[in-house]
Design a protein around this ligand. Structure first.
Ligand code: HEM
Length: 207
């Protein structure tokens, strides 16, 4: 198995952490165009070749390190500092799933909690597995807000740009619609790895 690249504890995004670990983007500063292109390329390796909205992703990347004019200029010119995402405007400070703690270690109980929202799904070949569809993700995100001490309205909106996007990118077309495989989500958080089918498609895409 190829060695993974180290990922900063200040990067709290499971998806970006996997991009860094797999050597697809650097751990520190990455130009916004390059980050967006990489995210879109990885998304295209998902089932049904999902297309993400490039403009929205670019906007998120631009705002990630801070919304002040100086910070926006620094991100726009220099790039996004993936190792400085903690405490930025996108940091919900514990209002999320809580799977990654403040230094990006996995909290096993919170990871196991995903299964409370999951149900049995049949994949395209008819095999049963635990999965999270959009309704399950909505229940999980609502529960995240309910248990939080002082959630901001923005926090719930930010979540809509995280889990549902992950569903688009890593989701599988099941017999009863699209779902995230709990096993694959666990692998993403625990080992910073994308599903094998996506890795194979990415290699083919890059020639
Ligand atoms: C410009 C690109 C991106 C930036 C700057 C970014 C940033 C972040 C940040 C700061 C968090 C932490 C939120 C928190 O814990 O409060 C986060 C969480 C998350 N992000 Fe990203 N992200 C990006 C792209 C993506 C993409 C493309 C996906 C999905 C394919 C994604 C999926 C997630 C998920 C699932 C979480 C976890 C939320 C939770 O634990 O409840 N992100 N992201």
């Amino acid at each position: 198995m190829p060695r993974q690249k180290p990922v900063s504890p200040n990067n709290p995004c499971p998806f970006l952490r996997a991009l860094v670990a797999q050597g697809l983007v650097p751990d520190d500063v990455v130009p916004i165009g390059e980050l967006t292109d990489t995210i879109l390329a990885v998304a295209r390796t998902g089932e049904g070749e999902p297309t993400l909205p490039a403009t929205a992703i670019r906007a998120v990347a631009l705002a990630a390190n801070g919304l002040g004019p100086l910070q926006l200029a620094r991100s726009g010119l220099g790039g996004v500092h993936l190792n400085e995402l903690r405490d930025g405007p996108l940091d919900k400070k514990g209002v999320g799933s809580g799977i990654l703690d403040a230094v990006a270690n996995v909290d096993a109980a919170q990871l196991d909690r995903l299964d409370q929202f999951a149900s049995d799904h049949l994949n395209a070949r008819g095999r049963k597995e635990r999965g999270l569809d959009q309704a399950a993700l909505d229940r999980m995100m609502d529960a995240n807000v309910e248990r939080a001490a002082s959630p901001r309205l923005l926090d719930r909106q930010l979540m809509d740009g995280e889990w549902p996007i992950l569903l688009q990118v890593m989701g599988k077309e099941g017999r009863a619609g699209r779902y995230l495989s709990v096993k694959e989500v666990r692998e993403l958080f625990l080992n910073r790895r994308f599903p094998r089918r996506m890795v194979t498609a990415l290699k083919a895409q890059r020639g």
